[in-house]
Design a binder for this molecule. Structure first.
Ligand SMILES: *Cc1c(COP(=O)(O)O)cnc(C)c1O
Length: 362
């Protein structure tokens, strides 16, 4: 008999790895398969970033800087915040977990939309807290329903803007009125993993929104626009330094490696290249969205580096159909499929798969 696991953990589904592009290519006899399932950027890291990683590789016999001082200082300058208001984490998913651990205990509630980022229910369960999942409306956050879900047990609210997996984003008026309606005892976490891909000027910058609001913080990551998903580094910005201090207390020591720290710094110094890449993604996103609409598969307006096909019960079949054509997308059973914007050629392959899907069936 096994040693009993905590019931909250026993209930969780075991991790199921996504489809590997290499395995699929081998199976289909293709030179390579196209992975549009994890919202990574399609381009390899910039040469300046690779050089910084290579140089730091000779120092990995030493522990990393546990306070990520150089990176934190650069972020502080960039965002006009004191270093005390910033916390660096092992990916922003780790910061989500640290926030929930720092602010909730058994019986406390965490409000977030559903469907949204898959890590939210997980980190809430692990903390023994209660998830209050508020249905999206028209694939978008419903700010009124979100604030209506707040009770005196609500310690944290996640607002994923733009939302993963639907790509939709709340504008300034909606975000401001949401923040105005949440009381001071609930920490609102604005998860801006896809901020750099926002092209609508009305989508508010969380850094600006949180000014003068001690119960608001912002999460950003180097995994998406900066192309460092494999290195694990993200950061938190808070108006109230107490939030960053609390989060730093739940940091797993040394979990942001030296390689991740130097790569993040080098990436911040290559911001122009990053912006160019994002602009390419944004124009490809428009092209893919238009093509899908033309094929009778309209997608919600996306402000991120992916699009959402609200396919309902067809989601799994659609993903299987794409996979048989060498394109890996991310299905959510009974709900829809999320498809990352890749290179132009990768997007063409995806559009072709949708074309094939539409023609014989409809
Ligand atoms: C990808 C993603 C993150 C960040 O992940 P890390 O790689 O852990 O930084 C955070 N939030 C959302 C909504 C995401 O989609």
């Amino acid at each position: 008999m096994s040693v009993p696991v905590r019931p909250a953990i026993e209930k969780l589904a075991a991790y199921k790895p996504g489809r590997s592009a290499a395995d699929l290519a081998r199976e289909l006899g293709l030179a390579e398969a196209i992975k549009l399932a994890s919202n990574e950027i399609a381009y390899p890291p910039l040469p300046s970033v690779v050089a910084a990683i290579a140089e730091a590789a000779t120092t990995v016999n030493r522990y990393p800087d546990n306070g990520a001082a150089a990176l934190t200082e650069t972020l502080a300058e960039r965002f006009g915040l004191p270093v005390e208001s910033i916390a660096v984490g092992c990916g922003s998913v780790s910061l989500c977990q640290q926030l929930v651990q720092s602010y909730t205990g058994p019986g406390d509630e965490v409000v977030f939309a559903w469907r949204s980022f898959e890590a939210y229910p997980l980190v809430v369960s692990v903390a023994g807290a209660i998830a209050r999942m508020v249905p999206l409306r028209d694939q978008t956050h419903d700010p009124q329903a979100m604030t209506d879900a707040v009770t005196d047990r609500t310690r944290v609210m996640f607002v994923c803007n733009p939302n993963n997996p639907t790509g939709t984003a709340l504008g300034s008026a909606a975000m401001t009125s949401l923040l105005d309606r949440v009381g001071p005892d609930t920490l609102v976490v604005i998860d801006e993993a896809y901020r750099e891909f926002c092209s609508d000027p009305d989508i508010p910058d969380g850094r600006e929104l949180m000014r003068g609001r001690p119960n608001v913080c912002v999460l950003r990551t180097f995994s998406k626009a900066y192309g460092l998903a494999g290195l694990r580094v993200g950061y938190l910005l808070a108006d109230d330094p107490a939030v960053a201090t609390a989060v730093r207390k739940t940091y797993v020591p040394f979990s942001v490696s030296t390689l991740a720290q130097v790569a993040a710094l080098a990436s911040l110094n290559a911001e122009d290249e990053m912006r160019q890449r994002c602009a390419t993604v944004v124009s490809e996103r428009q092209r893919v969205s238009d093509a899908l609409a033309g094929l009778g598969c309209p997608v919600p307006v996306s402000q991120a580096n992916f699009v959402w096909l609200p396919l309902g019960e067809e989601a799994l079949d659609f993903a299987g159909f794409c996979e048989a054509r060498g394109v890996i997308v991310r299905p959510f059973a009974g709900d829809g499929a999320r498809v990352t914007i890749g290179t132009a050629a990768e997007n063409d392959a995806f559009i072709q798969a949708v074309t094939d899907w539409r023609v014989p069936r409809h």
